[in-house]
Design a protein around this ligand. Sequence first.
Ligand code: GUN
Ligand code: FE
Length: 423
Amino acid sequence: MRNFVIRGNLCWSESSDSIRLVPRGYLVCEEGRCAGVFETLPECYVNLPLTDYGDALIIPGLTDLHLHAPQFSFRGLGMDMELLDWLNTYTFPEESKYADLAYADRAYTIFADHLRRSATTRAAVFGTIHVPATELLMDKMEQSGLVSYIGKVNMDRNSPEYLCETGAAASLADTERWICETREKYANTMPILTPRFVPSCTDELLQGLGRLAERYHLPVQSHLSENFGEIAWVQELCPGTKFYGEAYDRYGLFGGGIPCIMAHCVHSGEEETELMRKNGVFIAHSPLSNTNLASGVAPVSKYLNRGLNVALASDIAGGESENLFASMAAAIRASKLRWRLLDQEVKPLTVDQAFYLGTLGGGRFFGKVGAFEKDYEFDAVVIDDTTLDHPQELTLRARLERCLYLADDRNLAAKYVRGKQVF
Ligand code: GUN
Ligand code: FE
């Protein structure tokens, strides 16, 4: 069914500071795109099939701009360490298991099923260094109905022997083969270049990935300025750089012509921030992860005010939940503590800003995605909030606000991606 209408209480971000509400509005889908929002259905659409969701809320699908599929297996575990010890103790041993395709199949089946049932419609996902398991993950994500970028991870140094590629040349050859096998294979699943982070990639590897990004017009995702120990280590490893981001930028892996996601950016300094703004880098803000691993709190409202691209991310399994509503609430909460305890110059996030981060903020990485504007891709989530019951009258705005704090997949009545109903 390509063309149809759904009806309900429509809510979407017009900007990072304003949410538009259309009670009992009509949302028209034509050829997978939004043809418009209407208070009264125009004559030309009255013959289209209509699904009326009654008093439910309808919001754009949510975008998770950074998460690790192989880490879903240990979500909620191992939050007693900081980043580098956490990687060595919990993450790397688990990721090594994905050399075994039978294990990967079991784990990725669970992962893709949870994402399918969540409010997430778009995602940028890390796999592992293993090509067969990453291709299996891509198959499963394609079947899930979501639109996603999936990365085969690159790591050729400072990694345990059991999870280290045998040099830059081998890593690049594997990566190029994987790109060629997958870049035209799917309708909704695309490869993305994924150097894990500077400590696990030699200069030769980063340089080669920069060339692949250009040759195949591929986007890039990685980690940046997450943790103090990590940042000090990068400074040691790259003595010629003034700041962490420069280690990516000198090989063309930091935005500019090439779309780029950098997860975290908790401790980015002035120069790094300015280069991200200039290059249009997307910051994947991961408040659950940044608090669980005691990394810190990113100055998100400062980034927004300066016009940087900022999105929301679960960073599974640094973050424990794929439910992005939980990340919205966590983003607001963390920003309040940052403001109270650290820096009164950077204001706490508002509900409008948190909602924006999870919808339009990340959707923009995928093009016209994340809002109910004309020609935007038709990604929508229908929220039935009747289990969040209350004795008093609540405005639509108040009901949406409560969803940020309280909703999860049990409250979802339907989900559409590119005009196709997922459930
Ligand atoms: N930096 C390098 N690898 C990782 C990872 O798997 N998770 C997080 N949070 N940070 C990283
Ligand atoms: Fe991460």
